[in-house]
Design a protein around this ligand. Structure first.
Ligand SMILES: [Zn+2]
Length: 362
């Protein structure tokens, strides 16, 4: 074969698309990563610098809506967004304390519209709905309570997703188990550990109420936080994603749970629903909840641990072969590049309309 043709063949072979198995993992900094679930309520230059250096953008989520701190969170979140629109788009929430007042719905809708006018991309609803707040008769209010229907209908009309952290990991309803990845949380936060508290709604009842929102409001986009509180049940996640085309999930604070499932099952979920799963971490920086302001050393420490977390997650989702994730031996998922692009940013850009939020001039 003439030399030129041999060279042409070699070139074509080198450029041929690689199969997923041969495809190299993307370089961490080169892939844009959107953390759709963070709570950062202070203007910390070290955080901005970290996000820029490692190519992370966040969605900053205001929550909860029942403890009287919403006005402070709202102020800080929008100040950050105005200063760094690319780094901190805002998901707002609404005040639940006026739920018994006759003007609860119009007031809430006016509050949300004002937040959308300032650029809010979504609305959070938290686990307090289901396992904390009660009606006048002392009964727990479930998330599909008719009280919320006009609000959900309004979000659907406005095209704003409901970011739903409803229920808790199933472990909240089980005896405390030192081998559970949620042991630390429930041993330190007994108020959210519901085992042996029969007055509380069951996990299944709250999940059914969440599903009922999607049934009642098929044009409302619902993002299930924390794997939709079905971290123990990959088949249950798949079943909801198949049943509700308006449902997506994010992995915040549940990558650890994924690493406990067989990696081929987790991988199969991502490959079956590549457009419906988003990245998130659920990191919290909440100086307004502390008695004394954090020190610069603590701020830098938070940035360092956050970077380790982001990179460790990437090793799990994008890497190849055996790995240890926070003490758990597992196999990296080695997701194909096209799936990683959707998981890490394209799905969030579409579902939260982020390009418009980023481009907004203060
Ligand atoms: Zn959170």
């Amino acid at each position: 074969m003439p030399l030129l043709r041999r060279l042409a063949f070699a070139l074509v072979a080198a450029l041929a698309p690689l199969s997923a198995a041969e495809e190299p993992a993307p370089v961490y900094e080169q892939l844009l990563k959107i953390d759709v679930h963070s709570h950062i309520f202070e203007d910390v230059p070290a955080f901005h610098a970290l996000f820029r250096r490692i190519n992370v953008r966040t969605i900053n989520v205001c929550v909860p809506g029942g403890d009287g701190r919403l006005a402070t969170m709202d102020r800080v979140a929008f100040e950050l967004y105005r200063k760094e629109p690319e780094l901190y788009p805002v998901t707002t929430t609404f005040d639940l304390r006026g739920r018994d007042e006759p003007d609860f719905v119009p007031k809430t809708i006016a509050w949300l519209d004002a937040a959308f006018a300032r650029g809010a991309v979504a609305v959070k609803i938290w686990k307090e709905v289901g396992i904390e707040i009660k009606d006048r008769d002392g009964k727990f209010i479930l998330p599909d309570d008719p009280l919320f229907d006009p609000i959900y209908a309004h979000l659907a009309r406005r095209g704003k997703p409901l970011h739903a952290h409803l229920a808790e990991p199933i472990d909240a309803w089980l005896p405390l188990d030192p081998t559970s990845s949620h042991y630390g949380y429930y041993s330190q936060n007994p108020q959210w550990h519901l085992h042996g508290k029969p007055d509380y709604p069951s996990h299944a009842a709250i999940i059914a109420a969440r599903d009922n929102i999607m049934r009642k409001h098929p044009t409302l986009t619902v993002v299930g936080a924390h794997l939709g509180s079905l971290e123990h049940d990959l088949a249950g996640i798949a079943e909801r994603l198949a049943r509700f085309s308006n449902f997506s999930i994010e992995v915040a604070a549940r990558t650890r749970n994924l690493t406990r499932h067989p990696s081929e099952n987790v991988r199969a979920l991502f490959l079956r629903f590549p457009d419906r799963i988003m990245y998130g971490v659920d990191s919290s920086w909440l100086p307004h909840r502390r008695d004394t302001p954090p020190s610069d050393q603590q701020r830098r420490g938070h940035a360092t641990s956050l970077e380790l977390r982001y990179r460790g997650d990437f090793d799990y989702y994008a890497g190849r072969g055996p790995m240890t994730y926070y003490g758990q031996k597992t196999e990296s998922l080695g997701l194909p590049r096209a799936v990683l692009e959707k998981f890490y940013h394209a799905n969030a850009e579409r579902i939260f309309a982020l390009k418009a939020a980023w481009a907004r001039q203060p």
